[in-house]
Design a protein around this ligand. Structure first.
Ligand SMILES: [Zn+2]
Ligand SMILES: [Zn+2]
Length: 380
């Protein structure tokens, strides 16, 4: 189909994009029974199992507790009980704060709605939030502040693609995605970096797909050390868009090189533990290929570098080893698994004026950026 026809269709459907809420598990790294809720903007109708209990307004508080599989809410001197779940339905654009018991005072502010239920003996809070507001929050939580707008746009598209590709990850938990590193870090709406919201809005609805128009797994890492690697080198299975390539953009960035020293004794006992026999004859004579991505070897011992990275807490699998006196010195490049997008390279490309599209096409092979609501069209 000609591109001008596609453009007309896209323009014609642009108005039909409707808000798409996503369910995010809150404070998923810990377990708690009680949480304070404070309304900061607007108002909410609080419902127990779909029956309206009361309306709570900005400046008011409530206390939610999980008890024997039910949820209690204490508000304005009265206790209410819900058998299944409590829902805070927004009457207008509204925001709230949540303060689970045992957490240090939180300044997290959430847009959208709140759902609370009891599961596995604890209280679970869920933020039902528009996906674009969610993406803005993830950008700040994952990337911090002080970066270029184009870099934040890259993170926006990656985070949106991830969220839409993983909506069933927590299907048994009562929400879609958690707010911890297991999925993507999310601490509510961004508070320090105004460009996070701008980046989400500027890339609204855009996702990354592969040549078969499937949402990609947009792998990324901190710094590739000068060359990204194929997916199969890190995870054994090839992926069409995760193909290694040289990258000079990250060479001047902070995580490009690293060094770690360990006592020779510790190194020898590590090799001894890895060796099936107790023959230590060649322990000092370890030869490492020049940044060999797969194996560390001498004549008798092979240790996958991935294993060595985990065991010895090294920053990457891209390293050489030398012996200096009573120490063994690891000199390496990069930080992370090296597959897909190199964050520091992407930051530098953005500083040099690269667009978010340029950056994504540089690190992911043969991918397309398309509006999510048009996936069906390109699939056909
Ligand atoms: Zn998760
Ligand atoms: Zn790089």
């Amino acid at each position: 189909m000609r591109w001008w026809i596609i453009c007309i269709i896209l323009l014609g459907t642009a108005q039909s994009i409707t808000a798409d809420p996503i369910l995010i598990g809150m404070h998923c790294q810990s377990s708690y029974l009680r949480s304070g809720i404070a309304i900061s903007v607007g108002s909410y109708k609080v419902c127990a199992d779909d029956k309206v209990l009361f309306t709570i307004h900005a400046g008011q508080n409530a206390d939610i507790t999980a008890v024997s599989g039910k949820v209690n809410i204490f508000y304005s001197g009265k206790n209410y009980t819900s058998n299944k779940k409590l829902t805070f339905r927004a009457e207008e654009p509204s925001e709230f704060k949540a303060q689970p018991a045992g957490h240090k005072a939180s300044s997290r502010i959430y847009k959208g709605e709140l759902i609370a239920f009891s599961i596995n003996g604890h209280l679970q809070l869920v933020n039902k939030v528009d996906i674009e507001d969610y993406v803005g929050g993830v950008i700040e939580a994952e990337s911090g502040s002080g970066q270029q707008l184009e870099y934040y746009k890259v993170q926006a598209v990656i985070s949106r693609t991830y969220a839409l590709n993983n909506r069933t990850r927590h299907v048994g938990d009562g929400y879609e995605i958690c707010d911890a590193t297991h999925c993507q870090v999310y601490h509510g709406k961004p508070r320090h970096e105004p460009l996070a919201v701008k980046a989400a809005a500027a890339t609204e609805d855009i996702v990354i797909v592969d040549h078969q128009i499937n949402l990609i797994t947009a792998a990324f890492h901190s710094n590739c050390g000068g060359k990204t690697i194929n997916a199969e080198e890190a995870w054994s299975k090839p992926v069409s868009y995760l193909v290694g390539r040289p990258d000079t953009f990250c060479l001047s960035m902070p995580n490009h090189q690293w060094e770690k020293r360990i006592p020779r004794e510790k190194w020898q006992s590590y090799l001894k533990q890895k060796r099936s026999s107790n023959d230590m004859a060649s322990a000092d004579g370890v030869i490492i290929g020049e940044y060999n991505p797969m194996f560390c070897h001498d004549s008798t011992l092979y240790i996958p570098l991935r294993t060595m990275r985990t065991d010895l807490k090294l920053r990457s699998t891209h390293f050489n080893i030398s012996h200096q006196g009573e120490e063994v010195v690891f000199k390496g490049k990069g930080f992370g698994h090296g597959v897909g997008l190199c964050q520091e390279g992407a930051m530098h490309m953005a500083q040099l004026g690269g667009s978010y599209e340029d950056i994504i096409h540089f690190y992911y092979t043969d991918v397309h950026l398309i509006p999510r609501h048009m996936l069906w069209f390109f699939k056909d």
